[in-house]
Design a protein around this ligand. Structure first.
Ligand code: FNR
Length: 371
């Protein structure tokens, strides 16, 4: 099918599955164990309903917003997903270029297929990029990565905290990741890694399972970039992050790829907003501490629901991978255009001319278990 026939983000998945190399499909689409969390991530949004307001002038709607003080054309960002070249020869650069076209922020993964510098070099002069960090057992390597990123103008450091060990993604494990694979995985994983259990296992053996709260002061001592924890899954840890002076947390279960039966980020959002208000008097969104959410966001209505409940913005992963695997950068452009169009229409339909007008009263979230 041509891009004109793509009507929504789900379509990219359907098409990518048919045209992608089997190994890439297995790595991108897989999730942990029985993939219950993967399914739940999107399904949780189905439990939230709108309470739109009428008779508000919505001739013009403004989708623009900020994340950590940086402008974005809408409250979404492209989250970090490893190994872009499995799906397309240009890998992550497809995301960099589309992000520039649509003025959204890209989070660069530690395990990108393209080199970090190549991705930064391909950004426009004022284009904002974040970095996702897997923390190496060898802290000197981590320090070098972090300080280099800061020097290259990266605006936020997202430390992944939900992956002390990579989850079992059985679809991926069945695709033995051969040592003779010409891709860049070998480079990412280094020599002597076990490639018999899929791409994820092959590339992740350097990650430090000893990482803990007391390491955060070290990060503060080596960089001035705002620090955000990616993969927080309950209010207690969000509160701890706030108390330690971090800039925010991403409420995420890694796209269902880590702990199966982890709750959806949108479920966790509700308890975080409630408890941080109760215990620290915080209201959301605010400029001090950002609650970001990712996992299962496929429609602009999902984004609007998260924003209504207090999220600063949401991250989207797989849909962009599927988009570039099937259509290269034009696919990602199209995915962002679809989101923008859906967003504009649905803001009109709920009666919100600006992002600030999307308020908690516009959703009925009483069917969420954490409500
Ligand atoms: C990821 N994700 C991820 N997260 C991270 O912190 N470091 C990483 O290297 C990766 N790699 C990665 C690869 C692939 C193929 C996927 C699908 C995901 C998790 C990602 O940042 C995000 O949390 C989820 O992808 C969000 O869910 P959706 O939008 O994919 O449903």
């Amino acid at each position: 099918p041509t891009l004109d026939e793509i009507l929504n983000l789900h379509d990219f998945e359907f098409i990518a599955k048919q045209v992608m190399p089997e190994k890439a499909w297995a790595y991108y689409s897989s999730a942990a164990d029985d993939e219950i969390t993967l399914r739940e991530n999107h399904a949780a949004y189905h439990r939230i309903w709108f309470r739109p307001r009428v008779l508000r002038d919505v001739t013009r709607v403004d989708l623009s917003s900020t994340i950590l003080g940086h402008k974005t054309s809408m409250p979404i960002y492209i989250t970090a997903t490893a190994l872009g070249k499995l799906g397309h020869p240009d890998g992550e650069l497809n995301l960099t270029r589309a992000a520039a076209n649509y003025n959204v922020i890209q989070m660069i993964p530690t395990l990108a297929s393209c080199s970090f510098d190549e991705i930064v070099d391909n950004a426009k002069p004022d284009q904002v990029q974040f970095l996702q960090l897997y923390v190496n057992k060898d802290r000197e390597i981590t320090k070098r990565i972090v300080q280099h990123a800061e020097k290259r103008g990266i605006k936020g450091l997202f430390i992944t905290v939900d992956a002390p060990q990579l989850g079992r993604r059985e679809k991926d494990m069945r695709m033995k990741f051969e040592a003779d694979d010409p891709s860049e995985v070998a480079k990412a994983g280094g020599k002597g890694v076990d490639r018999s259990q899929g791409a994820a296992r092959a590339i992740s053996s350097f990650i430090d399972p000893g990482l803990n709260w007391s390491d955060l002061s070290w990060f503060k001592s080596i960089t001035k970039m705002p620090l955000i924890l990616k993969g927080v899954q309950c209010w207690e840890d969000a509160l701890e992050a706030y108390d330690q002076g971090l800039a925010g947390v991403v409420l995420s279960n890694h796209g269902g790829r880590q702990l199966d039966f982890a709750r959806s980020g949108i479920e966790v959002l509700v308890e975080c907003v409630t408890k941080l208000k109760e215990k620290r008097g915080l209201t959301f969104p605010n400029d001090k501490f950002a609650l970001l959410v990712d996992g299962g966001v496929r429609r602009a209505t999902d984004v609007i629901k998260a924003v209504a409940l207090g999220a600063t913005a949401v991250g989207i992963g797989r849909p962009f991978l599927y988009a570039f695997s099937a259509y290269g950068v034009e696919g990602v452009n199209k995915a962002l255009e679809i989101l923008r169009d859906e967003f504009e229409m649905n803001m009109r339909l709920i009666g919100a001319p600006t992002i600030k007008d999307i308020v908690p009263e516009m959703v009925d979230a009483s069917n969420l278990s954490s409500h």
